[in-house]
Design a protein around this ligand. Structure first.
Ligand code: NAD
Ligand code: TDX
Length: 332
């Protein structure tokens, strides 16, 4: 049994990870989360108090981070400003949290010789052409496009430097686009589902040809647990489940699943610098560490996610109005 410090554990993927850890291991978890607009304590409701403790605080608070890291066997670092569209309009908090916050945690892990796992994204590699057979691997050169992805790339490079220069026992994972319960309504799939529930039309950026490589958040969680248990210090593991789809197909699937005409959506202003395609080659994680995804069927995972948003309107309703007002002000 280990004591895990999980940063950003009240966010989408972090909260899914905490649920997964409680269900599948006997680890104890301390969540450190600043409860920004993206954090929600309700995402951790119902978890046993003797297994999960919650600390409301910021990862840039060095004294607090030091105190919590001293008590942990491992740090699993999810906390981030995570939304590309926000980073195009207000990038400052992305530098503070993603760069300075990661630095603050690395210094604590270095001091206390604590195992560290850094959660990152495939977006650090930039994008691929639609007809390119290539997929990202851990040797693909970094080439981030947005303020968000450039700060995630910077945080990855800090982790690599703290491994090489200071011997921090760290691993990194770069995962593709996640879907599942507890995802904020600003993100693509929950935005469209909750729009339809509210009688609004889904909004597709540009022509909708951009491709994302979808993975269920539970599969991301099982991969991170595998890396925590078996990953080699200093290594980078790419996490993906062969789920490439273009955005138009995903919107049409959601509409069909929710009993609407497949063409009942609007095209809106495209995202500035919009990455065309992401695709992950997760062979290293599968062959070296023996991980396999369980949610192979995107349609059924999507149907379950739609049902979750239907059943949990009180979870997402408080964020919906201000999220749509923000998008409307940008023509999206
Ligand atoms: P999210 O925005 O849903 O959650 C982020 C969480 O971090 C929130 O609970 C927020 O309150 C917390 N947080 C933000 N700033 C903080 C700070 N300064 N101190 C403490 N807590 C703070 O994000 P997510 O989608 O769950 O992403 C989690 C991680 O996974 C991020 O590092 C992201 O880069 C990475 N990732 C996300 C995806 C995806 O598809 N969403 C894919 C690959 C990687
Ligand atoms: O309303 C929308 N319409 C639309 O067409 C929104 C919100 C998005 N999109 C498009 C943009 C992208 O091509 O859908 C795709 C997915 O958009 P997001 O959900 O914003 O995700 P993305 O920008 O791909 O980044 C996500 O995956 C990688 C996460 O938000 C990041 O945190 C993660 O690193």
């Amino acid at each position: 049994m280990s004591k895990l410090l999980v940063t950003g554990g009240a966010g989408f993927i972090g909260s899914n990870f905490v649920h997964h850890v409680v269900e599948h291991t006997d680890h104890r978890v301390t969540v450190l989360d600043a409860l920004t607009y993206a954090g929600n304590r309700a995402s951790l409701a119902g978890l046993p108090e003797d297994r999960v403790a919650f600390v409301h605080g910021d990862i840039t608070d060095a004294a607090l981070v030091d105190e919590l890291t001293a008590r942990a066997d491992a740090v699993v670092h999810y906390a981030a400003e995570s939304h590309n569209d926000n980073s195009l309009h207000s990038p400052r908090s992305f530098l503070d949290t993603n760069i300075v916050g990661t630095y603050t945690l690395l210094e604590a892990a270095r001091k206390h010789e604590t195992r560290f796992h850094h959660i990152s994204t495939d977006e650090v590699y930039g994008d691929l052409e639609l007809d390119d057979p290539a997929r990202f691997t851990d040797t693909t050169p970094y080439n981030p496009s947005s303020p968000y992805s450039s700060t995630k790339a910077g945080s990855d490079l800090l982790v690599r430097a703290w491994v090489r220069s200071f011997g921090v026992q760290a691993t990194i994972s770069n995962c593709s686009n996640n879907y599942g319960p507890y995802q904020h309504v600003e993100k693509f799939i929950p935005r469209q589902i909750t729009n339809i529930i509210r009688g609004l039309r889904p909004k597709l950026y540009g022509a909708g040809e951009n491709v994302r490589d979808w993975i269920h958040a539970n599969d991301h969680s099982s991969a991170v647990l595998t890396i925590l248990e078996k990953g080699r210090t200093g290594e980078t593991y790419l996490i993906g489940a062969d789920g490439e789809r273009n955005n138009r197909d995903v919107v049409e699937l959601i509409l069909e699943e929710m009993g609407q005409p497949r063409d009942a959506y609007d095209h809106v202003t495209d995202r500035a610098g919009h990455d065309l395609r992401y695709a992950i080659d997760s062979t290293k994680l599968r062959t070296e560490l023996g991980w396999t995804p369980r949610f192979a069927d995107f349609e059924s995972g999507l149907a379950a996610t739609i049902q979750w948003y239907r059943d949990n309107e009180s979870w997402w309703a408080p964020s919906k109005g201000r999220t749509e007002a923000f998008y409307a002000s940008k023509g999206q």
